[in-house]
Design a protein around this ligand. Structure first.
Ligand code: URA
Length: 479
């Protein structure tokens, strides 16, 4: 009987599994990590590795299953691998009713589902700004059941590339500084609301990215004047790290490790901000608030549940004295990340149509009937969902306060949601498009389709015809 340590995940398990297969050790003769202690551990690292050809689908399955916290996952995967490679069951992966496969697929599904949850539910909190780079630093806490941090991290790297962030979890932490994703060990408690715990967690991270081989004390002191060191969570590590760096470099050479990328300058020079909890804004908004105050107040609106899964509120944008105000439906994926209305594909189409209608976007006030992005996860994307009547009603006070502040001559409503919000009742857009009688809203009210409707039309001829009608509607605003 062999007792083996599968290590931390897929790569280490694969290494051991190859060696075991190479030696022809059958599944029933291996005790994986959970049963360790009964027998002396095998000296597996000294044995030859077998070059294995396994179906890509198995690798994909194993990458997910090894993230699961189920203790029997290692043995299960080895059993499947053995059956495929040694048992001649080449098609095992396609047999859904096989008990091993059924279990593996269930574990795979749990892991996939949790990665989606991580993408949907991680909420970052602004902690401070790196005064040297101007990049904001955010932190989030998440409690997954499985070891999904590594698999889930690239999504955040892509989406939040322009800010520094850390996601802390009991099952591993990940950090992004604009250059590198770094993984550190999990921590038991949420540090985000606790400055001391946050500092401690960041110190661990700083240690892990500190590369003594690249240490240039003089430059470091120039770039990070000593007077700032007292404000850095990692400051008092610097002396210690410099002291021990020579030995560490020597050790690195002895281990013939390749030097890593240069240690990114992680000198966060700002003091940790007061970590005030988000307080829900006054709702409905105070009519005495200015446009800027309204925008700030809406950032913490909790009047409907949409805030929970959105990156933030997307308030209107444009000059206070705009003659024309345009109301859309809700921010989309791009708007949600940028915090600005109409910057995604629908916004690009709107820009083109406005230009064709002789309207200059920079002179208009653009906003949405609903200020948070409503979506569901679908594969790798966040799929837009239409806001319901309750969500439109909940957001109405914000758009009405914007209307009051801007008091435009012309109000353009794009699509059914904007119409439902401002006109207070469901309206069929294609039947009622054009000028509307609503003097209480603005001197001229124009109802037209939403640009996303045009984007969705599959037939090019119909698209062109509808686009012309859209431009004609916008022209009703007059130049
Ligand atoms: N669709 C909208 O209605 N508003 C936006 O800001 C973007 C897309």
């Amino acid at each position: 009987m062999r007792s083996v340590d599968p290590g931390e995940g897929f790569t280490s398990w694969r290494e051991i599994a190859r060696r075991m297969l190479g030696e022809g050790v059958p599944p029933q003769e291996i005790l994986w990590e959970a049963e360790r202690g009964l027998f002396a551990p095998s000296r597996v690292r000294e044995m030859p590795t077998m070059k294995l050809k396994v179906p890509a689908a198995f690798v994909e399955l194993a990458q997910s299953v090894t993230c699961h916290s189920e203790p029997s996952r290692w043995a299960l995967l080895y059993q499947i691998l053995w059956r495929i490679t040694r048992g001649g069951e080449r098609h095992l992966l396609t047999i859904a009713s096989d008990p091993d496969m059924a279990k593996a697929r269930m574990l795979e599904k749990n892991v996939r589902r949790e990665i989606h949850k991580m993408h949907a539910f991680v909420r970052f909190k602004l902690i401070d700004t790196n005064v040297e780079t101007g990049r904001e630093r955010y932190a989030a806490w998440f409690e997954p059941d499985h070891f999904i941090v590594e698999a889930g991290a690239p999504f955040f790297k892509k989406r939040f590339a322009n800010m520094d962030w850390s996601i802390f979890t009991p099952k591993g932490c990940v950090h992004w500084n604009g250059e590198l994703l770094t993984f550190t060990a999990g921590i038991p408690n949420n540090p985000v609301e606790n400055p001391d715990a946050l500092e401690a967690a960041w110190r661990t991270y700083y240690r892990s990215i500190f590369n003594p081989a690249r240490l240039k004390v003089k430059m470091m002191k120039q770039e990070m004047p000593k007077r700032y060191w007292k404000n850095l969570p990692e400051a008092d590590l610097i002396g210690e790290l410099i002291e021990t760096s020579r030995e560490r470099v020597k050790a690195m050479h002895e281990e013939t490790l390749r030097p890593e990328k240069p240690a990114p300058n992680n000198a966060y020079l700002g003091k940790l901000k007061e970590m005030s909890a988000v307080k829900p804004c006054g709702y409905p908004p105070d009519p005495a608030l200015s446009l800027a105050e309204l925008a700030a107040a809406s950032a913490t609106c909790r009047a409907c549940p949409l805030w929970e899964h959105a990156t933030g509120t997307v308030f209107g944008e444009g000059p206070r004295n705009a003659r024309i105000m345009i109301v859309g439906e809700q921010p989309g994926d791009r708007e949600d990340v940028a915090g600005k209305p109409f910057v995604g594909p629908a916004g690009k189409l709107l820009d083109a149509a406005l230009a064709e209608a002789g309207l200059d976007r920079t002179t208009l006030y653009l906003t949405n009937a609903v200020k948070h992005f409503k979506w569901i996860p679908k594969g790798k994307i966040r799929l837009h969902q239409k806001p319901d009547a309750g969500e439109i009603d909940a957001c109405r006070p914000w758009v009405l306060s914007e209307l009051k502040q801007i008091a435009p001559d012309v109000l353009i409503l794009l699509g059914a949601t904007a119409a439902r919000s401002l006109l207070g009742k469901p309206v069929q857009v294609t039947k009622n498009r054009g000028l509307m009688e609503s003097p209480e809203l603005a001197g001229r009210v124009i109802l037209t389709v939403h640009p996303s409707y045009l984007l969705r039309l599959p037939d090019p001829a119909m698209k062109a015809a509808e686009y012309s009608k859209f431009v004609a509607d916008l022209k009703l605003a007059g130049i």
